[in-house]
Design a protein around this ligand. Structure first.
Ligand SMILES: [Zn+2]
Length: 108
């Protein structure tokens, strides 16, 4: 069986990101205001930083048929060098690249 890259086009991408956001991954926690809006300054999560993707690797190891090393290279190409950056950057960059067609991030 051919191994696949874990990218936003993979059918299990949503599951992967949800698990990476959850307790087995970065364990994102935040407080909500009275209107139910997430308070950005309240958000906390666990991440070793740098180029540590051990939480993502642990989740990918539970998913059969994923080429983990190639997937990690893909994440880095999309700005995902550590576990939390995979959550923050990979899908956003992947989509904006495809939609704009020029690969330039114009974030500010
Ligand atoms: Zn991080």
């Amino acid at each position: 069986m051919k191994q696949q890259l874990m990218t936003p086009d993979h059918p299990r991408w949503e599951e992967f990101i949800q698990r990476l956001e959850g307790p087995e991954g970065c364990d994102f926690q935040g407080e909500y205001d009275d209107e139910g809006e997430l308070i950005p300054d309240s958000v906390k999560w666990e991440c070793a930083g740098g180029e540590d993707k051990s939480k993502a690797v642990a989740i990918l190891k539970t998913m059969p048929g994923i080429d983990i090393a190639a997937s990690l290279s893909f994440f880095e190409e999309q700005g995902g060098f550590c576990d939390c950056e995979i959550v923050f950057n990979v899908e956003k960059n992947h989509r904006s690249r495809r939609e704009s067609g020029n690969g330039l991030g114009l974030d500010g």
